[in-house]
Design a protein around this ligand. Structure first.
Ligand code: TTP
Ligand code: MG
Length: 385
């Protein structure tokens, strides 16, 4: 079974939590100028028709007595990280999909946490106890149904679709609720007589393929309750990187590694900001003739340490065997896992690896820089000669 969790009116709920005078009121989070749009609105404000992405001026017309608050992203990120930590106590397979939303694969967790519905209740309870916010949870045999289920009884909802209820659920699922069905596709499907997902089952694969391309095949699978998309604890496609064009083209190792060290610090800071560790480091080189090269390496355990990132980057650079001069050098990290993912210790520790203790140095440097300015402190190797 797959579990999907989505926090209720997330930004607005955090504002109501931190500012008790806002509780029970219409709260709209978004640009405070009239030109912005609504990020989200408390459920009180939704009763007046206010929705995410609505222009602020319109929200003001519909709900003139609402309190408008500017977003505080750092705070929402902080709460989000706390929530993800709790989720990882329930399953090692947690895939955060947005700041307030995640999938969990419950396979193999039953003996520890009981039946899925018990687990869903426990998750909601633990989150409420830890961050004082309500969430909505959906549990279903696959990912796409779990996501729809979490939305069914919002806010503070809990919906379980058991395997033997899937077909009936799909028969009553309005086609517009299926992810990927936009207004155009919906109109086309309705013209074919499809108002509910279940109706797709009566079409041949060939007809769906002709009408919608490969998405037609996906629709047919969904209509049969099949969604092979796995829950992957990585954040796909994301990376943090830093690059710089060198003052003059060079193949001096010292100049290049100095760049890499500064970049490794930036990349590590980016990882800390995202609350993730990386399993892959990549090096990007633009040569004097503008040819672009990238090299990557994947390792375990995942890291957030500038020292470890630097070590891998230098190794990639050395392996490259520079012949031509280099114009631009870039360093990045990808293959993210949550920063709190437990680390499998090596049975026979190898002393050759740079130690993770540098993460503490990174954090200390960052604190000093944020308080006194970027230039007040740097590593000896980066100091101007
Ligand atoms: P959602 O989960 O879509 O919305 P929500 O949590 O506010 O409300 P609910 O889930 O109860 O329906 O998005 C999570 C946060 O992402 C939301 O609090 C604010 C932000 N967001 C935007 O900034 N712009 C948007 O258009 C949307 C949809 C969300
Ligand atoms: Mg939400």
């Amino acid at each position: 079974m797959i579990l999907h969790i989505d926090m209720d009116a997330f930004y607005a709920a955090v504002e109501q939590l931190d500012h008790p005078q806002l509780r029970g009121k219409c709260v709209i989070v978004g640009g405070t100028s009239n030109r912005g749009v609504v990020a989200t609105a408390s459920y009180e404000a939704r009763r007046f028709g206010v929705r995410s992405a609505m222009p602020i001026f319109q929200a003001r017309q519909q709900c003139p007595h609402a309190v408008f608050v500017p977003p505080r992203m750092d705070r929402y990120q902080e709460v989000s990280r706390q929530i993800m930590v709790i989720l990882r106590e329930f399953s090692p397979l947690v895939e955060p999909v947005s700041i307030d939303e995640a999938f969990l694969d419950l396979a193999g967790t039953e003996r520890l946490h009981g039946a899925p519905v018990e687990m869903a209740r426990a998750i909601k309870r633990e989150i409420l106890a830890a961050v004082h916010l309500t969430s909505s949870v959906g549990v279903a045999p696959n990912r796409f149904l779990a996501k729809i289920a979490s939305d069914v009884n919002k806010p503070d909802g809990l919906t379980v679709i058991a395997a033997d209820q899937v077909e009936a659920f799909i028969d009553r699922l309005p086609i517009g609720k299926v992810s990927g069905v936009g207004p155009k596709t919906q109109a086309k499907l309705e013209a074919m007589g499809v108002r509910y997902l279940g109706a797709i089952r009566k079409f041949e694969a060939q007809a769906l393929l002709a009408a919608f391309g490969t998405y037609g095949i996906r629709l047919q699978e969904l209509a049969h309750g099949i969604d092979p998309t796995p829950v992957t604890p990585f954040v796909p496609g994301k990376s943090v990187s830093s690059e710089c064009t060198l003052d003059e083209d060079t193949r001096e190792m010292a100049a290049l590694t100095r760049c890499l060290l500064a970049q490794a610090e930036e990349v590590a800071a980016g990882l800390r900001k995202e609350g993730v560790k990386a399993r892959t480091v990549f090096l990007k080189l633009k040569l004097a003739d503008f040819k672009l090269l990238t090299r990557r390496t994947t390792f375990a355990p995942a890291t957030q340490s500038s020292q470890v990132i630097y070590h891998h980057a230098v190794k990639l650079l050395e392996d490259h065997r520079i012949v031509q001069k280099i114009r631009l050098i870039g360093l990045g990290a990808t293959g993210f896992v949550g920063a709190e993912t437990p680390v499998q210790q090596e049975l026979f520790g190898r002393e050759t690896k740079p130690r993770e203790g540098w993460e503490k140095v990174d954090r200390t440097l960052e604190t000093i820089k944020s308080r006194f300015g970027e230039d007040v402190i740097k590593r000896g190797t980066l100091a101007e000669e």
